[in-house]
Design a protein around this ligand. Structure first.
Ligand code: FES
Ligand SMILES: [Fe+2]
Length: 467
């Protein structure tokens, strides 16, 4: 598992490395030029080495051209390598996608205006009970601690020296320092940066106060149920503090290394956690997701005539599962691609989208030509109207990485179309549905199992002008 984390971390950092490599390449090219110049100077002495001038090899401008060409070739090589082998990493800031910035406004300003003016609607509780992803495993090294905002809380997520990941409240019960900001991992404990109290990862108990004779029995920080599976760290949330009564299924091909990491995307969406309801909203597939991915993500232009020769066709069906998996549901999707009216059967893909609880969906691909793999689609509430949505892809190691990278990119384009809807919509508690929309109501009934009486609700709403 640790090797896998390291590989994934290295692959993610390759993207950052590419910039450095590019700089190094240019630097080398320039140095090469000076070295050549040096050779020329040497050659003009009596040492007897052939020189540029002596070999008739051109003057300074030509040497510059040779160096630049060599540098460009190297850069092209690095780019090609990255395209073919590095994982796809696409991280979107909260204002990047799904807002219309007109009249010279910045995206950030457009996003702020939408957030301020928009009607929220009659929301269900904001944090359903269930498992939520907090980090992918490779984002947390042994001995590392990270501050994560989840479910309106600040959490400290750290990996002990034994490799086990722990999640606890970030604020120290002593005087409130944030354990994840400047704190350090000592063995399997987390040490507060303020006065050095140490808290045990397993149960949050304080085990050391460096200047006190005795550690009080009640000195502890709340620790959260967490689990590391499918190369992800997840936490359990229940509004009444109940223990988990179901779990996230393991994808054995990830654990045994048959499927390998090929990339991830991350989006922040201003919406209630209604995003997985999309699975039961079969009708939106035939409208929002029909234009070819070449027509992009801005819904003002996706139906433009230029690209109407490419279209995706979808057939889908959503069903809840029965006991003992009533916390799961399945959407079966059949995708086909048409270009100039001609059906490309090679790209017919069947996907099973299996949802486990309120915030994790496994999109499983099984294709005779394109191979097998999974995209894990995770929705984690950061705040009541802010969701962090990640897509992480694992794919058969024998399939060229370009295939899963293309699948992830295509999924991301289709997903960003939904983001524009979610960022601007109102939650309709009693939607006006037709018979063909019946799965949406079924999904809401199924999803309500994740709410209980004390599930937290949004405290205030600006839905009315009545003061
Ligand atoms: S605030 Fe954490 S040890 Fe004092
Ligand atoms: Fe969608």
């Amino acid at each position: 598992m640790l090797t896998l984390h390291l590989q994934m971390r290295m692959m993610d950092s390759q993207n950052m490395l590419t910039g450095k490599v590019a700089a190094a390449v240019i630097g080398l090219a320039v140095c090469g030029m000076f070295v050549i110049q040096g050779g020329e100077t040497l050659g003009s002495t009596s040492i007897g080495f052939p020189t540029w001038r002596e070999t008739g090899l051109l003057g300074a401008p030509a040497r510059v051209m040779i160096c630049i060409t060599a540098g460009l070739f190297l850069l092209a090589g690095v780019w090609l390598y990255r395209l073919l082998y590095s994982p796809l990493v696409l991280l979107r800031a909260p204002d990047d996608v799904g807002y219309i910035a007109e009249d010279g406004r910045s995206k950030a300003r457009a996003a702020n205006e939408v957030r301020r003016r928009r009607k929220i609607g009659d929301l269900p509780p904001v944090y359903p009970n269930g498992w939520y992803r907090v980090l992918d495993s490779h984002m947390l090294e042994r001995g590392e601690v990270k501050n994560v905002s989840v479910l309106g809380e600040q959490l400290a997520v750290f990996r002990g020296e034994d490799g086990k990941a722990h999640v606890m409240d970030a604020y120290c019960p002593h005087l409130g320092a944030n354990l994840a900001v400047g704190g350090r991992v000592v063995g399997n404990c987390l040490e507060c940066p303020f006065h050095g109290w140490q808290f045990r990862g397993d149960d949050g108990k304080c085990v050391k106060i460096p200047y006190a004779e005795k550690v009080p029995e009640f000195a502890k920080v709340s620790s959260w149920y967490s689990r590391e599976v499918n190369s992800q760290i997840l936490v359990w949330f229940h509004c009444d503090g109940e223990d988990p009564h179901w779990t996230i299924p393991e994808q054995p091909e990830i654990t045994n290394g048959e499927w390998v990491y090929r990339g991830r995307t991350e989006h922040f969406i201003n919406a209630h956690i209604e995003i997985p309801e999309n699975a039961a909203d079969v009708a939106h597939l035939g409208h929002l997701h029909t234009p070819g991915i070449v027509s992009g993500v801005d819904l003002r232009y996706t139906n433009s005539k230029t690209w109407e020769f490419v279209r995706h066709d979808w057939k889908a069906q959503w069903e809840p599962e029965s006991e003992p998996n009533k916390h799961c549901s399945q959407m079966l999707v059949k995708h086909s691609l048409t270009v100039f009216g001609c059906h490309w059967s090679l790209l017919d893909v069947n996907v099973v989208a299996r949802q486990a609880g309120p915030g994790v969906v496994f999109l499983q691909f099984d294709h005779s030509f394109l191979g097998r793999g999974v995209i894990m689609h995770c929705v984690t509430p950061v705040e009541p109207l802010l969701q962090c949505v990640s897509h992480t892809i694992f794919y058969q190691s024998s399939i060229p990485p370009l295939v899963p990278k293309f699948i992830l990119k295509a999924e991301s384009i289709q997903f960003e179309r939904d983001v524009m809807i979610w960022n601007n919509k109102k939650y309709i508690s009693k939607p006006l549905l037709v018979k063909e929309d019946s799965a949406i109501q079924k999904h809401r009934r199924w999803y309500s199992q994740f709410y209980s009486e004390n599930s937290p609700r949004l405290q205030y709403q600006h839905d009315t002008l009545n003061f």
